[in-house]
Design a protein around this ligand. Structure first.
Ligand code: TLP
Length: 342
């Protein structure tokens, strides 16, 4: 029986073409700048993202953190959404690695109140830290996409104060697809961007940071400082090239499947699907413990070779990805009904 995994799109297996390309990749020592496959990936990524240069990093977490380190000085304050990955899921790394103070701004699915943002930017006062960076996230972790116009407004406010903007675009291509625009249209409103190759795009490892040449040169040195200088990394770059060329266009299938999954979940009594947050490949829903008992569901599915995460922040999240097909969603629904009928 096929193993199904709805925990995330991070769980995707590399494609057969990726495995072949990885096995045959021409490589060199990338710390010397000698890996032709990695050089090709970084050049291609920079072009697709509309930036001067790009840098391969081991993970999205690393990409965000090396960007924060590169933009800021110790003791700076950075403004980040209260529900951003940088705040919730990066182990407090910005404090440890960059020595910055994280100031959270309330967001509604990644959208901030612009006056509140303006008010948070520090003026001149001997008591204040300097505001060193503003961060955005698109697609947002709540499954929503931040409108292009809002990104522009945030970017303009930051620019007016001479503050750089970093975009956590772990799922940038999902966001671009949902907005019906090219990825570079989103990245025009940031100074640096992090995109993940190892989520919906199915590469086994890696993310890309892109920005100006000057920023990327500095980030390359900071990547080394963080222990992220990788040698024959073209083995991973080969999969990354396929991720960026072959895997972007098929993301609409994951988005369509998420809508199908949401529809089918509605068949289950007591589930309340958060339909206004169905922009990408994630389905969020609420249910009471009585209607949808967490342990029974997670364990019951696991026994049927289906993995899901339990509740986080009061919500359930099921994610579609390239290894999930329609019939797999049908199997999940049958399994849920079976478990709940017992
Ligand atoms: N997110 C993971 C978990 O860490 C929550 C997931 O399953 O969604 N930015 C955003 C918006 C992300 O969602 C993630 C991963 C990252 C950064 C970090 O990427 P990795 O896992 O490559 O470090």
């Amino acid at each position: 029986m096929k193993n199904l995994d709805f925990r995330s799109d991070t769980v995707t297996q590399p494609t057969e073409k990726m495995r072949q390309a990885m096995a045959n990749a021409v490589v060199g020592d990338d710390v010397y700048g000698d890996d032709p496959t990695m050089n090709k990936l970084e050049m291609m990524a920079a072009e697709i993202l509309g930036k001067e240069a790009a840098l391969f990093v081991p993970s999205g977490h690393f990409g965000n953190q090396v960007s924060i380190l590169t933009h800021t000085n110790r003791g700076n304050e950075i403004i980040v959404g209260h529900d951003a990955h940088i705040v919730w899921h990066e182990v407090g790394a910005a404090a440890v690695i960059s020595g910055v103070q994280v100031r959270t701004i309330h967001t509604e699915n990644g959208v901030v109140d612009l006056d509140e943002l303006k008010g948070m930017i520090r003026g001149e006062d001997i008591h204040y830290p300097d505001t060193g960076l503003v961060c955005m996230e698109n697609a947002h972790g709540t499954g929503k996409v931040v409108p292009l116009e809002h990104m522009k407004e945030v970017y303009e406010i930051a620019k007016n104060h001479g503050i750089p903007v970093h975009l956590d675009g772990a799922r940038l291509f999902n966001a671009a697809l949902a907005l019906g625009v090219e990825a570079a249209e989103l990245t025009q409103y940031c100074d640096s961007v992090n995109i993940c190759l190892s989520k919906g795009l199915a590469a086994p490892v890696g993310s890309i940071v892109a920005g100006t040449k000057e920023f990327i040169n500095k980030a390359r040195k900071n990547r080394k400082l963080m222990g992220g200088g990788m040698r024959q990394v073209g083995i991973l770059g080969a999969a990354g090239l396929i991720a960026m060329t072959d895997m972007v266009e098929r993301l609409y299938i994951d988005h369509d499947n998420a809508k199908y999954l949401a529809d089918r979940l509605k068949e289950i009594k007591g589930l309340s699907v958060l339909e206004d947050r169905l922009d990408i490949n994630m389905v969020f829903f609420n249910a009471t413990e009585e209607d949808f008992p967490e342990e029974k569901i997670v364990n019951g599915l696991f026994e049927r070779n289906i993995k899901v995460n339990g509740i986080e922040g009061g919500e359930w999240r099921f994610v579609t990805n390239k290894d999930i097909e329609r019939e797999d969603i049908d199997r999940l629904i049958i399994a849920l009904k079976e478990i709940l009928d017992k």
